[in-house]
Design a protein around this ligand. Structure first.
Ligand SMILES: Nc1ncnc2c1ncn2[C@@H]1O[C@H](COP(=O)(O)OP(=O)(O)O)[C@@H](O)[C@H]1O
Ligand SMILES: [Mg+2]
Length: 310
């Protein structure tokens, strides 16, 4: 059995909003293993960031549990930064504009009274491929890619076993995106860190993730090994997402766009939540919430899955 660093068990997060309640995370369970990259994908609004915040203890769970290295998150917020590093989408927003780069990278070390701060600063700077001559600059004096490298150095500062990345390359140019993904891979190979990689961009997910979880309206609809999932998506939603990615072979062909809108998240939907947009819909989907079906390395929640690809 692979060793889990993070276990999410039937987690539920709700928001009370005018006109009702949004169950942004609705009974999500998975585990993140030592040294692996697990991606969470889905369209905007499916609950990815809320899940990330719950893992960081920033959103309380209504029910369920999140266990980091054997310890429930809600009970130990203080030591959390030592256990989870965080890289957000926009490094410009996550770095203090008034702080020089040196201070941004050093700060977690100082807060946690770590020794040999200067040494560690050099080490981290090298590790993320930055030059120490940049230490005295301010964030606005760096490029987008350099800023994201600073954010990664900060996230790694305390050597957490888990790094949570929420759309880490979404704000970057394509060429820079690849560099950042390669950097994450290098760091993982070196330190056996586990990445929880949140993204709506399937191209980067396919490149970086060992396993992938697909979410729709707060729920997992399919999960499995990335290779298998991309080669043979079984949930109609996964298939639609994958088919809508423009690939080299498909350039010149209009990508299929997923039809319809995501339903109002305040609605309590009976049966399958994806049914309003699903071309495989059958009668049962209206009334019965699909149970999990296991197949090879994956699980999906669907009454009438897409046909297997050869
Ligand atoms: N603080 C909040 N208050 C009310 N609703 C929220 C809040 N944060 C997120 N939501 C709602 O929860 C759902 C999931 O949002 P989010 O986790 O940001 O999705 P994603 O990161 O996948 O785009 C959305 O319907 C969103 O509008
Ligand atoms: Mg988000």
């Amino acid at each position: 059995m692979p060793e889990a660093v993070l276990e999410v068990n039937d987690a539920v997060v709700e928001f009370h909003v005018p006109g009702g309640v949004i169950r942004a995370v609705d009974g999500v369970s998975f585990q993140l293993n030592v040294g692996e990259t697990l991606a969470i994908v889905g369209e905007s609004g499916c609950g990815k960031t809320t899940l990330a915040k719950a893992i960081l203890g920033l959103e309380p769970l209504k029910s369920g549990s999140i266990v980091l290295r054997g310890e429930p998150v809600s009970q130990n917020l203080k030591g959390l930064a030592e256990r989870v590093g965080m890289v957000w989408q926009d490094p410009y927003a996550s770095l203090d504009p008034r702080w020089r780069i040196k201070r941004a990278i050093e700060e977690p070390l100082r807060i946690h009274h770590r020794k040999n701060v200067d040494e560690r600063l050099e080490e981290l700077t090298n590790e993320v491929g930055l030059d120490s001559s940049l230490h005295n600059r301010f964030p606005h004096q760096l490029s987008g890619g350099q800023r994201q490298r600073v954010a990664i150095a900060r996230a790694l500062a305390l050597r957490p076993p888990i790094v949570l990345c929420d759309e880490p390359t979404a704000a970057l140019d394509l060429s820079i995106r690849a560099q950042i993904l390669n950097l994450l891979k290098e760091i993982q190979a070196k330190h056996q860190v586990s990445f929880l990689y949140i993204s709506h961009d399937l191209t980067t997910v396919r490149f970086i993730a060992d396993r992938t979880i697909v979410m729709y309206l707060g729920r997992i609809v399919e999960a499995g090994e990335t290779k298998q999932l991309f080669a043979n998506p079984r949930h109609p939603y996964t298939r639609a997402l994958i088919d809508s990615v423009p690939t080299l072979e498909k350039i010149g062909v209009m990508p299929k766009v997923l039809p319809g809108e995501i339903p109002d998240p305040r609605l309590r939907i009976t049966g399958c939540r994806f049914r309003s947009r699903c071309s495989n819909r059958i009668e049962k989907c209206v009334t019965v919430d699909p149970p999990p079906t296991s197949e090879d390395s994956r699980v999906y929640f669907c009454h009438n899955p897409a046909a297997k690809r050869a």
